[in-house]
Structure formats: structure tokens, C-alpha cells
Design a protein around this ligand. Structure first.
Ligand code: GRF
Length: 194
């Protein structure tokens, strides 16, 4: 059994999509959803989906290893970041090398880095008059949006697109590809039990 934890800071539509995709999969299970925001809607989703959830604050995340303790306790193999906004601390990237995967709502290395999240990304893409945008699925290292790229998918931008319609197109790509690419990674990657 491959065990996943999803980290999310906000709405959690990708988290829900991933949980639903793997619902009937006997090899891959979502063990927990973790959030840095106690009022994030993703926690409501976790409750409805019957997935245990945990929250943590900045001090716990950066000045203790209590999050790692939860992950160890649950024997988590992979961490999926689905709209998680904080930088992953070294103790986690060290413990989970190439086992933390993020989705970014643009074609990295463009429109990445600190502050480039959610609608900020789509506004930036719109303001730069880009002809295309997309999604990037990548491994996470100790710097924002700089880990090795695993997969990208593109969508065109037309003259009548707005930041809002761009966001919708990108979300559609996320829902379509993220769970399938994760499945490939999990099943294709030999993983060592900690
Ligand atoms: C997604 O666009 C994801 O790529 C980004 O944050 C957004 C999260 O949306 N990193 P949701 O919380 O999954 O609805």
C-alpha cells in the first residue's frame, strides 16, 4: 500500500479530486489532509470525504518536527502539495527526497516563486499577454517552484480570455492530469519504507 498525505492551504478542489480519483484504488490511499489554515475549506472537504485532517501553525511547522511525527506515525510515503502556500522546511525535503510533489498553475520556470500563487499567477499571465499557460507538476526542493519538473500541460490564451477564464482553463488541466500523473509517479517509483 502506498500512503499519501495531501497538504493544502485553501479551497482544496484539487485535494478532493485526488481523493475521489484514488477512492477505489487498493494500492494507493490518502491517509491524511494537512493544512496550515484552521479555517481552510479543504478541512470541510476532508470531513465530508472522511479523511483525517490535521492543522499546524508556523511555529510548529518551522520550529518543531511535529508534522513529520504525524507523517511517520501514519507511515506516509509521498506528500502531495495541492495549493499549499508555505515553503517546505529542510527536515521534510530531507526525509522525503523526490517524494514531495507540487502542482503549479503556470508553465514554470515562468510565473513561479514566492508570492506567485492562485489568482496572482493568472493575473500575471494575463498582464504579460502570454499566448499560452498551463500547469507544472514538479518535485519539491527547499526553494519555491524550483524542483525538477515531471510534467507540463498547456492551454492557449485567446484575445477574449480574462484572468478568470484563464484560471478556469488551468483548473481543468489540473483536474484532468494531476491524479493521473501522481498515479504514474507512485507506481513507477521504487520507494523505500522509512
Ligand atoms: C491550484 O491552482 C494549484 O495549482 C495552486 O493552487 C490552486 C489550488 O486550488 N497551487 P484548490 O485549492 O485545489 O482549489
Amino acid at each position: 500500500m502506498i500512503k499519501l498525505a495531501i497538504f493544502a492551504s485553501g479551497n482544496g478542489s484539487n485535494a478532493q479530486n485526488i481523493v475521489e480519483y484514488f477512492k477505489n484504488n487498493n494500492e494507493i490511499n490518502i491517509e491524511a489532509i494537512l493544512s496550515n489554515k484552521i479555517d481552510a475549506y479543504v478541512l470541510e472537504r476532508a470531513k465530508n470525504l472522511d479523511i483525517p485532517s490535521f492543522t499546524f501553525n508556523r511555529n510548529e511547522f518551522y520550529n518543531s518536527e511535529s508534522v513529520l511525527d504525524i507523517l511517520k506515525e501514519k507511515e506516509i510515503d509521498f506528500i502531495v502539495l495541492a495549493g499549499f502556500l508555505w515553503l517546505i522546511p529542510d527536515y521534510l525535503t530531507r526525509y522525503y527526497p523526490n517524494k514531495i510533489i507540487n502542482i503549479h498553475p503556470a508553465l514554470l520556470p515562468k510565473f513561479g516563486g514566492k508570492g506567485m500563487y492562485g489568482d496572482h499567477v493568472h493575473h500575471a499571465v494575463y498582464n504579460h499577454k502570454e499566448k499560452e499557460t498551463g500547469i507544472t507538476i514538479h518535485y519539491v526542493n527547499e526553494r519555491y517552484d524550483e524542483g525538477e519538473i515531471i510534467f507540463q500541460a498547456k492551454t492557449g490564451i485567446n484575445a477574449d480570455d480574462t484572468p478568470d477564464t484563464i484560471a478556469k482553463k488551468v483548473h481543468a488541466l489540473e483536474y484532468k492530469h494531476f491524479p493521473r500523473i501522481l498515479e504514474k509517479i507512485f507506481l513507477g517509483q521504487k520507494f523505500n519504507k522509512h
